[in-house]
Design a protein around this ligand. Sequence first.
Ligand code: FBP
Length: 336
Amino acid sequence: MIGAQTLDEFIIRRQTDFPYATGELSRLLRNIALAAKIVNREVNKAGLVDVLGTTGYTNVQGEEVKKLDILANKTFVASLELGGQCCGVASEENDEFIAFDSPSSLEGRYIVAIDPLDGSSNIDVNVSVGTIFSIYRRISSLGEPCTAQDFLQKGSEQAGSGYVIYGSSTMLVYTTGHGVNGFTLDPSIGEFCLSHSDLTIPKTGKTYSVNTGNFYNFPEGVQNYIHYCKSFGKDTGSPYSARYIGSMVADIHRNLITGGIYIYPPLEDYPQGKLRLVYECNPMSFIVEQAGGMATDGYRRILDIEPEELHQRTPIFVGSSEMVTKAEEFLKDGKK
Ligand code: FBP
């Protein structure tokens, strides 16, 4: 698209949103975009090079680690360390947070929590996957190594968050608390270009995204809400549609544009749900809220949850505000 605004230009122009901007957040976002381009290149040619399949390791979550999980993790961590604005990273693939110790990193004002490759189960079958990132201002002292407390801040304290979706096209979508904007990677110039400005999620939609394969493992209220979705519009001939890609980024991205709800509820074997608060639910909830939607654990606003552990999990109901409100009603009394 002739004259499309590149991500770099957009970031610099938007710096005026922050009267005391030092440019550090801008440079940090650009380092994330650079790492995304490198991961995109590897994802695109995954079938041709030895990056499909598993490593034989299991991560702190007890999940098999895919080769692309490791590649993406190394790429983002390296880009964030090199930049100098980030003093530490927490990742789904690392048991502990990493405190960078180079002189410039110790002066870095930000920390990043990241899910380097979301939707791992879809990597080998060429279905959209993503990267999710969450940015906070550090609360530890400048010049010192960052601490665990830097990573256990409430989601409402995020300075920014976003995701990259590696799909039919590659997009980077982010917020710094002033709305949500999406950029599509133009491979011919190697630039993310503004393609979706001021994204807003419709108040309601016709799509529900949940792994109904776990239906009998869901709380009664969730089962009732899914019955409601299945029977919705039966008489009017415009029923809801069930869509579940199995990559949170891809499911939420679709719902952000068309309206809808994504649910990962508590399960008997995952009483706190499967998804991680710090680097999956908080960043995606910040994006959806900034786009006018809602994100709760069924009872509380996700962004108000006080994290206690780096890899803690939480149930999540996120998407169009009227659909999340309806789901909460079913949870609260489960009888409707
Ligand atoms: P990963 O970050 O390890 O991929 O896990 C998260 C995730 O893959 C989400 O993207 C997806 O929505 C969900 O888990 C799928 O889980 P399930 O297969 O249990 O429905």
